[in-house]
Design a protein around this ligand. Sequence first.
Ligand SMILES: [Zn+2]
Length: 168
Amino acid sequence: MEIFERIGEVASQTYKYTTEKADKIARETKLKMKMNENKSKIEDLYNEIGEAVYRRHLATTKENFDEEIQNACEEIDKISKEIEQQNNELLSLKDRKQCPNCHEKIEKEAKYCSNCGMEQAQESKEAEKEVNNENKEEIKNENKSETNNAIATNATEEEKASNDSNEA
Ligand SMILES: [Zn+2]
């Protein structure tokens, strides 16, 4: 009798395993789709930026074009973060994660990167900090003047005074 009970047990475990696997595959497919949607959104924004830059070349008044480019860049920042999170989720479904140092895909539970040897933070939240988008640097550079303005606004009174004297 016991043997039949065992068979039933194994069968239900196998069933559980295959439904879990199917669920994972469905989630993977969905994530990949969302990531591709986001990537094409970024492509569209690149186009917008390109057009804005060209219109700026043609235009005599230029103020609102800067704003247009800035907005598109910020939108790209936002979508890039989304893609990054989706990528982390995708890796996590495969029990993998990305090394924040070398970007190699490694075991989720790994304490050290198998590629570069960097010690891994045990909280998976840490991985979200890492930005796996080579466009990020370009965007940062484009935003640099804005950032500098922000820094100037937040400068201490002393620094402000020295800035004022520089301008004078
Ligand atoms: Zn590494």
